[in-house]
Design a binder for this molecule. Structure first.
Ligand code: GDP
Length: 610
């Protein structure tokens, strides 16, 4: 092809596992592995990948090159390695030995309520809150801040106010295990349903103990025994039957059984021996965060260790600031928040992310430094991602092919909107559509009409241009036609989302299910002139059809998969042969068939993904 040939280089690769950042460039990768950028570029070129020395590489490219030169690597997200250093800077102690743990005071359990939709999670949370929240001296009004604390027999219990396993798993995905106990709500009339099982599996995966609330027992159709049986089948055996799962009958509607439920949550909490240091710099997790017009950045955090105080220099992800005020679930300003307390924090520089860990820094300087470095890496990661996307991403109409190729598909978009508000909302909504296998890369986002430069950018980065309440000018439209850039104009966010969602649904690689349509046993093999080898078979079940997909089984093991090339009854070519008849099956390219083998035909049926 006239390309320079790649000669394996002699230089040894560095020993051990080398950490490589995703989306690195040949320029950075080469020297790490005792190679030059040109070595990387040349090698990839030979494998059909045209990249420049400064262009981001895909995971596949990096792995391909490293495999070639025999280097073992570990791919990490940009900034991930630095995080270890930052934690050192923040002076966060992670491992605590058992003896030290026992010296800590007890802390309130943190409870998440999960279960199937409509089984009464919200109602239960409301009842618990209304009946048990400590009325503040000022007669505080309960505030929905994402979590609340109740007191039962002088002991506190913290409830996370977002029922369901989405929030729970989202937190866990970010490494934040906030929950100590799960209350699994099952409606006694409805029984165990799909989301009950999902919730149960999530709790098990997180190794969080489960207390079952069998709800709606006021209903005529309530059948708690059936619920117990169903749960026992899933490995949750009720205490009443000698198992170790506490199951309490309740009616959230009639406020029945709730005290019993809370008492038992405390029993489980005792078994768990939940403790945390009361002193020292506070640490915990962000439950929820938003921007408030009057108050600025507002974050609800759950303190997990230490005591959070007004004035503390707090870092949460890439947000930081001195705590200006702490507000509890009654809307009251408080000065200190001990472990297991949910509290709103005012004073952060930025909106923290839900699931971000927070820690009080040794001092303001360290705090701002750590947040700054994280912010930097966040930008690097997002730039790398977008650059990466430019190289490997696709337009809305093409993304189907990307997914079919079995890779992570990236939808490249350039967004122009009328005002910043809609731009943010649109970005947010699109981000929320992301899944592990489909990413959205924002090549450019801006306010104002669609210009020639937007078109150029979309063309060079293979992006779809989304206009929200804006239109291209004449020059831009002409260029778009010339460059074949797809411009999609919208006036309602929902329609953008719907379009992208539909595209994603349509572009999902279909999953196929196999349905066996017939099987035949091979009795003898013979050669037929002009046809080749033919298996004389007896159809045992169903129908064998010509052109069917087929697999050959020997002792139940698949030895070959392919298609039937010819099908005969006697001397006649036939389309299909039914059970109980003999036939000759042409084997085309598969030769190693013996008498006694089974030929099975099957159909593939597409299973729609939702
Ligand atoms: P969620 O989707 O699990 O949060 O369920 P909700 O709390 O919204 O409850 C769904 C419906 O069931 C609502 O109409 C509730 O009033 C009703 N509900 C909840 N608990 C009970 C109960 O104990 N008994 C009866 N009869 N209805 C209940």
């Amino acid at each position: 092809m006239g390309l320079p040939t790649y000669t394996p280089m002699d230089a040894a690769v560095p020993d051990g596992v080398i950490v490589v950042e995703r989306a690195t460039t040949p320029q950075d990768l080469g020297p790490k592995l005792n190679r030059t950028a040109a070595d990387v570029v040349r090698f990839l070129m030979q494998h059909g990948e045209m990249v420049t020395a400064t262009q981001s590489l895909t995971d596949d490219m990096i792995e391909l090159f490293c495999a070639e030169i025999g280097a073992s690597i570990r791919l990490v997200d940009p900034g991930q390695e630095q995080e270890i250093e930052l934690l050192k800077l923040l002076d966060v102690e992670e491992d605590i030995d058992d003896d030290t743990y026992e010296t800590y005071p007890e802390r309130a359990p943190v409870v998440t309520v999960m279960g199937h939709v409509d089984h009464g999670k919200t109602k239960l949370l409301d009842q618990i809150r209304n009946a048990n929240v400590v009325a503040g001296e000022a007669g505080g009004i309960t505030q929905h801040i994402g979590a609340y604390q109740v007191v039962r027999d002088g002991r506190a219990i913290t409830f996370i106010d977002t029922p369901g396993h989405e929030a729970f798993t989202a937190m866990r995905a970010r490494g934040a295990d906030a929950t100590d106990i799960v209350i699994l709500v099952v409606a006694a009339d409805d029984g165990v349903m799909p989301q009950t099982i999902e919730a149960l599996n999530h709790a098990k995966a997180a190794q969080v103990p489960i207390v079952v609330a069998i709800n709606k027992i006021d209903r005529d159709q309530a059948d708690p025994q059936r619920v117990m049986t169903q749960l026992a089948e899933r490995g949750l055996v009720p205490e009443q039957w000698g198992g170790d799962t506490i199951m309490i009958e309740v009616s959230a509607l009639q406020n029945f059984g709730i005290d019993d439920l809370l008492d038992n949550v405390l029993v489980v909490a005792d078994l768990e021996n939940l403790r945390a240091p009361l002193t020292g710099r506070a640490q915990g997790v962000v439950l929820e965060a938003h921007l408030d017009i009057g108050r600025g950045s507002v974050a609800t955090v759950l303190v997990q260790k230490g005591t959070l105080k007004v004035g503390d220099p707090l870092v949460a992800g890439s947000a930081w600031g001195r705590v200006r005020a702490l507000i509890n679930d009654q809307g009251e300003q408080i000065k200190v928040a001990p472990p297991s307390t949910p509290v709103q924090v005012l004073g952060l520089s930025d909106v923290a992310g839900a699931g971000d860990r927070f820690v009080v820094a040794p001092n303001e300087k360290v705090g701002s430094k750590v947040a700054g470095i994280r912010e930097h890496w966040k930008r690097v990661a997002s730039l790398a991602r977008d650059a990466h996307a430019m190289a490997g991403g696709a337009k809305l109409e093409d993304i189907f092919d990307q997914i079919k190729a079995g890779e992570t598909a990236t939808l490249n978009v350039v967004i122009k909107a009328d005002v910043t508000g809609s731009l943010e909302a649109l970005t947010d909504s699109l981000r929320r559509l992301e899944r592990p296998d489909v990413k959205v890369a924002f090549i450019h986002r801006g306010v104002g009409g669609i210009t020639k430069s937007d078109i150029e950018l979309a063309a060079t980065s293979n992006a779809t241009l989304i206009g929200f309440n804006v239109r291209p000018d004449r020059n831009a439209r002409a260029l778009a036609e010339l460059q074949k850039v797809e411009i999609r104009n919208y006036e309602i966010i929902y329609q953008v989302i719907e379009d992208v969602q539909n595209a994603m649904l349509g572009l999902l690689a279909p999953v196929y299910e196999e349905i066996v349509t017939g099987d035949a046993e091979v009795r003898e093999i013979f050669s037929v002139p002009r046809v080749g080898r033919v298996a004389g078979c007896m159809v045992l079940n169903g129908t064998i059809g010509r052109g069917s997909k087929v697999r050959f089984l020997r002792d139940g093991t698949i030895i070959w998969k392919g298609e039937i090339s010819s099908l005969r009854r006697g001397k006649d070519d036939v389309r299909e042969v039914h059970a109980g008849f003999e036939c000759g099956i042409g084997l085309s390219d598969f030769q190693d068939l013996r008498s006694g083998d089974i030929i099975e035909t099957f159909d593939l049926r597409e299973v729609p993904r939702s």
